[in-house]
Design a protein around this ligand. Structure first.
Ligand SMILES: Cc1cc2nc3c(=O)[nH]c(=O)nc-3n(C[C@H](O)[C@H](O)[C@H](O)COP(=O)(O)O)c2cc1C
Length: 302
């Protein structure tokens, strides 16, 4: 699609205010004889121009407004001006979101899961590439299937880690990862695997009844950042919807070892997984929010 088609300007409506030009990140537009025109080489279809236009003179065909239509709540398309949101309310949501490790045996409605994925897409993405994918496991059965796959990966890893000669030999040639794993995780993982086998206790997904896997397709300029920003949106929105969430780093680590597991879930081998989010109706509650470690904070005054 060339730039002329990426941004369509109705010159009859344009009043030449120049706001679209001011907010465009790539100087795609300029004012020619008092009207906005597409004159630049580059357009990332961010839609800032159309969103700033008070006359409805601009259309960005690659943007699909229906992509942000939600099934479980209604939202108008009006922009919230700077400073017009309750900061304390927002921070209360952020501090009240905790990793949930106790879930009810109750499914999460598919529409809710789809809305969460859509909410993920409101995050920023490098050069607006939006190359993320959201793979929804909507049932406990599907979550258990993934849990079995992850458990199988860790069983193999633990067997390797039990081999002291292998661990030390790898360390000698500068590959100390298996030895590190043995020191930090082996015993904990072994306990979890044994419990999973013997009593079905789910220390991996904590009994969650749904999962969203956030991944990136090729073509993203900043794939990990994009996926993780989308992920945080999902975590916060889920809390606001009454759902608990927990990031499952063990599942990400298992899926990073090859693409077979993701292909069995319907993903392509070219996607890269950055977050596996356990989701469900929470079976826990808190009285207070938790403190945080003091952050390293510094100024540089130039
Ligand atoms: C990248 C990442 C991976 C995580 N993996 C796991 C995991 O595998 N299992 C788990 O129970 N919690 C996991 N967590 C949750 C953290 O333990 C949790 O975020 C941290 O203890 C802070 O608690 P909070 O999320 O309740 O604020 C993970 C968190 C992050 C950011």
């Amino acid at each position: 699609m060339d730039n002329q088609k990426m941004v369509e300007i109705n010159s009859g409506r344009c009043i030449g205010c120049g706001l679209c030009i001011k907010v465009c990140p790539f100087e795609t537009l300029s004012l020619e004889k008092g009207k906005a025109e597409v004159t630049g080489e580059l357009c990332i279809s961010c839609g800032h121009c159309a969103a700033a236009c008070s006359c409805g003179a601009i259309n960005v065909p690659r943007i699909d407004s229906s992509a942000l239509e939600f099934a479980t709540f209604s939202l108008d398309h009006w922009w919230l001006p700077f400073g017009e949101y309750d900061t304390a309310g927002l921070v209360r949501l952020m501090t009240s979101r905790r990793s949930c490790r106790n879930y009810l045996d109750q499914p999460v409605a598919r529409q809710v899961l789809e809305d969460l994925a859509k909410i993920g897409t409101t995050a920023p993405s490098g050069t607006n590439s939006q190359c993320w994918t959201f793979t929804i496991l909507p049932t406990r059965k599907a979550v258990i299937t993934l849990a079995e796959e992850v458990a199988s990966f860790f069983r193999k890893l633990n067997r390797m880690a039990e081999n002291v000669i292998l661990r030390k030999a790898l360390k000698l040639v500068g590959k100390g990862e298996l030895d590190d794993y043995y020191e930090k995780y082996y015993a904990l993982v072994k306990k979890s695997l044994d419990e999973w086998k013997e009593s079905g206790k789910d220390r991996l997904f904590h009994g969650a009844t749904a999962v969203i896997i956030v991944a990136s397709k090729p073509g993203a300029t900043c794939p990990s950042e994009d996926a993780l920003l989308a992920t945080q949106n999902i975590l916060l929105a889920a809390h606001s919807m009454g759902l608990g969430t927990c990031l499952i780093g063990y599942a990400v680590a298992a899926m990073a070892q090859g693409t077979d597991m993701q292909c069995r879930l319907g993903m392509t081998s070219r996607e890269k997984v950055y977050a596996v989010i356990a989701i469900g109706h929470p079976n826990e509650k808190y009285e207070t929010v938790a403190g945080r470690k003091q952050a390293t904070l510094r100024y540089f005054e130039g």
